[in-house]
Design a protein around this ligand. Sequence first.
Ligand code: FAD
Length: 346
Amino acid sequence: MGAGVYGAAVAASLARRGARVTVVDAGEPSRGTSGATFSWTNSCGKQPRAYHDLCVAGMAAHRRMGGDWYHEHGNLEWSDDREALRRKVDGVLDYGYEARWLDRAEVLDLEPDLDPNALPADGIAYFPREGWIEPTRMIGHLLSRGVDVVRGDAVVALERDDSVRAVRLASGRRLTADAVVNCAGPRAGEIADLAGLTLPMRNTLGVLVRTSPIAVAVSRVLHAPRVHLRPDEAGRVLLHSEAIDRAVSSGSAGVDRAAVDAVVDAGIALYPGLRDAAVESVRVGERPIPGDGLPVLGRVLALPGFHFAVSHSGATLSVHAGDLVAAEVLGEDHDAELSPFRFERL
Ligand SMILES: Cc1cc2nc3c(=O)[nH]c(=O)nc-3n(C[C@H](O)[C@H](O)[C@H](O)COP(=O)(O)OP(=O)(O)OC[C@H]3O[C@@H](n4cnc5c(N)ncnc54)[C@H](O)[C@@H]3O)c2cc1C
């Protein structure tokens, strides 16, 4: 249920393992959160350790899959709060994660179109194994391998006795199933309700500003104090900031033009060449965040045949976590990896 990064990853893994799989989406694949995400692949400051390790495994799974939608060119980060950044870097180094400190000249070697005056002289953290994905292309690929896809038909009811028997769709169609997987992202709580389960969610909204194609060499993910940015498809640049998220969270239905201008200006302050780009789109995405912030993955003790694959950081996690969930659906034991993320803890 759901054709974002999680639904696609779970379905592809099930199909690869020989199952007959149908993915049902209320709308179109990749039009949910997975189509409005910064999609940075990382485990930078993720706590507790089990969550960090799951994200590292998620990054490794993208690397192994080797899709051309995966871009592992690193992440640069600097902060007004140097001490907090130092603590973060020390923490990930303790976990054996790759990170190192660069000075201005080293960063300009990597990103020559950055304005040198916008950079601190040193204290710039570099995480070389991080990157980003193009979720829509990844989802298209994953759904193209032996998976039936039902589009524009929402799951509206679940039939169950001791275990799950079937789902009913808005069109009236009924699909019988040995197992179902809740991959409904921000709507996962509503699907859980249909099964008589309570999944607390504390979703938040985030805003992404996409430029028109522009001949500026933005090659990496970059986190600066007033803007986060990365390359996007076909020469575009994707911009985000904590301030622009607050502009939408504060209640306005659309995104305040001044907030959009502020994030674009912060991007131009770093890469002056961006001044010739236009704003092509402003998208609001809803982060699917389970109540305690951690993923909810795998089987439900009280309802055999019902499984969860729901988390924030799904761009990083979905290929790996979705594979674990799929393997468990088919009877493999992955309790060691999944036990910190069980539904029952909530
Ligand atoms: C602004 C922003 C920035 C982010 N940045 C990052 C990042 O840098 N790195 C990272 O790893 N993650 C990031 N995330 C989180 C990541 O994008 C999500 O975790 C991920 O996309 C969730 O994928 P999903 O498949 O669970 O949900 P979705 O992509 O939302 O897919 C769920 C699907 O379920 C369908 N659905 C809902 N209800 C029903 C129903 N009743 N019946 C049938 N179908 C239904 C929807 O139509 C939708 O297509 C970010 C998210 C946002 C919003």
